[in-house]
Design a protein around this ligand. Structure first.
Ligand code: AMP
Ligand code: GLY
Length: 427
């Protein structure tokens, strides 16, 4: 089977690593990939949103299966585009249609879907410039804190938690009148603040049935103890200690199953990952957000714990036969720690030489993200540069093992959090 994987982050290196282990994978191409994915297959130099290049590649390389890593091509309609091409009749695609990807691409769409299918989430209202004055009135009497969300994709920056009414009114005005977040902020979701602890749950669905992958918890803030700016993720752990059997039963019954049934009822074409961003409030799960793809850096702990053949799972997904699949999960815990370039998520330098990336340690893996090779040397090429994942009997040991490999890897300005999993490692 010839496989094309779209994307270039740590998530894609972890997916490429897993796909390349399958005896069903005869050729793996990654576009555009990074220096890590190049170890697992062949990198191709076009962007994941260049639909014409993706189409040509599928024809030229006789691709059987396309796996879409990031949300951008999905929300822009890559799945519908490929399905519409006559010569690509039998092509299998992992990733929902543009309509279904609105679950991530539009917060208002996701909220409507949850309301329709009785899926627990924070109470909300949506506003546009047309009902601006009503929105201001609503905000002035809203319980605090209040959460404002730009409706569209805003590179993870579109959520603002406001502690007072003045801030809420200012942010709301900037989104609707000052085009903060551009088109993405032309509709605003105003939401009740939920207080609890978050986790990420992943399902793979063929649109009727689903399997659950290992759950994970990511650490989004730049600073230790979850302080400072939000980032694309500084580390992750799996399993999540508070996601015990009783809690996961509620997650399945109240959230995952109604969501999959909802997709079917609404006739949404969905063959791919559903990422449930959840929050546990007084023992009960609520949906904070849906994503139509795997998480990053969660994938870097989920894939190493998944014992199934990923290609087999994807074929079953594409053919509507997931019901026949059983997920096998390693009992080991996994922890990943992300190395970023100093200054990230604000300004940072690129092109810094990385030493020791080929360091080896038993039960530890290095996944590349923002890296590139120039004249045989690996250089940084983004804010999030690579991550180190370890498997061990417990979370604390896994975190320690990843930290140990960091002693052998270095680039100027390298920064990483030393407290990943902290809530679960100091007992
Ligand atoms: P999102 O982009 O929807 O994932 O939101 C980013 C982050 O904002 C989430 O991971 C939460 O930490 C926080 N957040 C979003 N919505 C809420 C809410 N209703 N209550 C509390 N925190 C929230
Ligand atoms: N780690 C969160 C995300 O991928 O959106």
């Amino acid at each position: 089977m010839n496989i094309l994987l779209l994307g270039s982050g740590g998530r894609e290196h972890a997916l490429a690593w897993k796909l390349s282990q399958s005896p069903l994978c005869s050729a793996l191409y990654i576009a555009p990939g990074n220096t890590g994915t190049a170890i697992c297959g062949t990198n191709l130099s076009f962007s994941a949103t260049d639909f014409a290049a993706v189409t040509d590649c599928c024809k030229e390389k006789k691709i059987d299966l396309v796996v879409v890593g990031p949300e951008d091509p999905l929300v822009k309609g890559i799945t519908d585009h490929l399905r519409g091409i006559k010569d690509l009749g039998g092509l299998m695609i992992i990733g929902p249609s543009a309509e279904a990807a609105q679950l991530e691409g539009s917060k208002a769409y996701a909220k409507k879907f949850m309301a329709l299918h009785n899926i627990p989430t924070a109470a909300y209202r949506e506003f546009t410039a047309a009902d601006f004055d009503e929105g201001i009135k609503y905000l002035r009497t809203h319980q605090l804190p209040v959460v404002l969300k730009a409706d569209g994709l805003a590179a993870g920056k579109g959520v603002i938690i406001c502690e007072d009414h003045e801030q809420a009114v200012t942010e709301f005005t900037q989104m609707l009148k000052g085009s903060k977040f551009g088109e993405a902020g032309s509709k605003v979701v105003v939401e009740e603040f939920l207080s609890g602890i978050e986790l990420s749950v992943f399902a793979l669905t063929d649109g009727k049935d689903y399997v659950l992958l290992p759950e994970a918890k990511d650490y989004k803030r730049i600073g230790e103890g979850d302080t400072g700016l939000n980032t694309g993720g500084m580390g992750a752990i799996s399993p999540v200690p508070f996601a015990d059997e009783a809690f996961m039963k509620k997650v399945k019954e109240r959230i995952v199953e109604p969501t999959i049934k909802g997709l079917e009822q609404d006739q949404l074409d969905y063959k791919g990952f559903v990422f449930f961003g959840l929050i546990k409030v007084n023992g009960d799960p609520f949906v904070i957000e849906y994503n139509c793809r795997m998480g990053d850096p969660e994938t870097e702990v989920v894939m190493p714990r998944l014992e199934n053949d990923l290609v087999e799972l994807f074929i079953a997904t594409a053919k509507g036969k997931l019901k026949e699949q059983k997920i096998r999960i390693s009992p080991s815990a996994a922890a990943t720690i992300v190395a970023v370039s100093g200054g990230y998520p604000n300004d940072f330098r690129k092109g810094l030489a990385i030493k020791g990336l080929d360091a080896q340690q038993e039960n530890t893996l290095v996944f590349h993200a923002g890296t590139k090779e120039v004249d045989g040397q690996i250089l940084t090429n983004g804010g999030r540069v690579f991550c180190v994942t370890s498997l061990a009997p417990g979370i604390q040991q896994a975190v320690l093992a990843s930290g140990k490999l960091f002693e052998k890897i270095h680039f100027e300005d390298m920064y990483y959090r030393k407290d990943i999993g902290y809530e679960f490692t100091h007992s």
